[in-house]
Design a protein around this ligand. Sequence first.
Ligand code: GAR
Length: 182
Amino acid sequence: MTKLAVFASGSGSNFQVIAEQFPVAFLFSDKPEAYVLERAKNLGVTHYSFELKDFANKETYEEALVQLLDQHQIDLVILAGYMKIIGPTLLAAYEGKIINIHPAYLPEFPGAHGIEDAWKAGVKESGVTVHWVDSGVDTGQIIKQVRVPRLPEDTLETFEERIHQAEYQLYPEVIAELVKRF
Ligand code: GAR
């Protein structure tokens, strides 16, 4: 069976959708106060949390992550709102096994504010992308993406909600495909 780990920094709504459909070996959050940890507790998913600032540098922080991933023999690392760039230490150990979801139609609007950036640019449509993680910011090979329209009556909130709904469809679809490969 493919062993999955999810990394998240925030609310964890994507984590919730994933954990309700697939067995997740563990959830990691780099934010000890993040609501995603509550979700993991409620779902009975093993969870860990530590912060970059608890370590001497990003290398030793990522070494701790690699140790966790190795210990659980993880096949696929699923980034779901994990708001840190994956550094060379983690990539060296797990490149080709890390995927990310981005709330825009890459290469349009990369970075931390994909939804707001698309909204401010006044696009008629944006989207959602799942991609492999490489050393760039949202530059890895695209696995699958979908378009999401911006409707004339949309507010930022309704637009954002439609993007999230598309994420909740797309990420499980991609994960279901990938778990067949391991
Ligand atoms: C999601 O919309 C995800 O695409 C985004 O963070 C949100 C996390 O929400 N990720 C990025 O912007 C990465 N650049 P969630 O914590 O409720 O799943």
